[in-house]
Write a protein that binds this ligand. Sequence first.
Ligand code: GLU
Length: 448
Amino acid sequence: MTGKTVRVRFAPSPTGSLHVGNARTALINWLYARHHGGEMLLRMDDTDAERSTKEFELGIIEDLKWFGLDWDDFARQSTRQERYDAATERLKASGRLYPCYETQEELDLKRKILLGQGKPPVYDRAALDLSADEQAAFVQQGRTPHWRFRLLDEPVEWDDLGRGHVHFEPGHLSDPVLVREDGRPLYTLSSVVDDGEMFITHVMRGEDHVVNTAVQVQLFQALGYDVPAFAHMPLMVGADGKALSKRIGSLGLAEIRAEGTEAVALAAYLAHLGTAIAPDGSEGMADLARNFDISGFGRAGPRYDPAELDTLNAKVIHHMSFDTVKGRLAEAGLTEADEAFWTVIHGNIARISDATYWWEVCNGKIDPAIEDEDRDFLAQAAEALPDTPYDETTWKTWTGALKDSTGRKGKQLFLPLRRALTGRDNGPELRDLLPLIGKERAETRLRG
Ligand code: GLU
């Protein structure tokens, strides 16, 4: 490190909603910045005016806030056209940007020919050889140029925080188009201008951007900006080992949230995915940031497994104190839930919304599950219910007496009671639930 304040950015395009892959990139940037006492910029890459919308932008911001991320600075590319124009002029002046007149069809044809010859489809720089007259003739025909950046014929190398040493040979890369016919910049340019002018020290993104980086390194240099450090993270794959689908579906952050996943569970899961460390569900965002180590990620694409996330979600909930969860319970409609209730149920729920069922068990109405063959036994049990007040010894006293009077024991004794009292086969300890259910409700349920 050079002693400069770490400054990272997350740069989504507001042309869709955030999915878990974007969320992981955002999180890694945030964790890196917070770990190093640095800053995070949120940048909307909204130069694609047709596809970018305000709704997507607002949705992304809402999702990031829900996720527990914050940022120190905010920018929108659509407001920075003049900066891109200025950079374009600098590149033209230094001879690194040249006009090209090929149509898309002509370019496609060139590509096809090269591929047919078994060669990489690298742009042949034909436009560099155009004379002034030839250029004028194209303009005469009504063609407007797009502009390409002339790469230097030298290798591009960097030490990547995600991939180790990266090396690109000259000649394997096409001179990238930086400016369209209509004068609008392409991402390759706008991103470098922003990263350069906003003093970004570390660019952390998916490994699908490695080739962009190879040309962007030369662009940073050509524009006189400091070249940032790069981290290209292997992309997550699905549980089937295949690339995560681009279609949002169940991978959307909003959907994951709606399914009852806690933001901090998702953060802990994604912060450790692809590392040798397994989170235990007790980690808060500050812990994740303090312990974050970018060198801990392996090189292979880690598997995103919703089942593992669910398991961690349950652990996170088990670790939640009543104070932390109070507001969330209220959001789920349980405004009267108290610490005693939470203490009894929190070890047995996988998502906060599950608490509403146990609230009904303790305070409302449920359908007791009763087998016909157990009816007599349950009627006997109702008869034998001890007098109030109930505490955590009541269950033992009651079931002890029932065991003696009926000869039932183990599962035969306990399961029908559990099913009648809670409607389910599994759940919190009945010893703890019974005092919350109370005698009256218990009796009604036992009698079916
Ligand atoms: N808007 C770009 C994307 O979403 C940003 C990539 C980058 O981080 O440079 O892919």
